[in-house]
Design a protein around this ligand. Sequence first.
Ligand code: HEC
Length: 127
Amino acid sequence: MHGILAVAVLALSPSLFAAEDPSPQHIQWMKEQGELSGKIRKGVDVEASAKRMAAVFKEVEGFWAKRSAVGASTTREGQTAALALAKAAAAGDQAGIAAASKQIGGTCRTCHEAHREKISDTEYKIR
Ligand code: HEC
């Protein structure tokens, strides 16, 4: 009886089982990217934050490279854009800062649309 019930529940909720718990490491990377992009938006430590963001994206690329084309391309583009932002910030190039920031935001959004699943107001999973 219980076995049959379990099979029925499994069959009814495939999406529940497709979402994967992110590792603590992945959550930590994302929280750091969130904090860095907040600083960048406010114009605080932009050059250093952008360099750190590129380094974090490189680590995140290692995780995604083999599992998803979107993950691989967005983490690579994110590194390029973050390095461009660091350069623009060092030069005080406001137009360059705006363009690179927009590009970075696009990489976050594209990957989140493809792979981030909101579970609750405070929790996300990988899909
Ligand atoms: C390669 C894909 C990918 C890219 C690129 C990416 N993210 Fe994420 N992000 C995810 C996934 C998947 C989750 C949900 C799993 C998790 O929380 O680790 C997530 C979750 C998050 C979270 C919530 C973390 C938590 O659990 O509290 C924040 C904040 C975040 N991302 C910020 C960013 C920012 C800012 C960028 C761009 C600078 C970015 N992400 C780029 C895939 C990505």
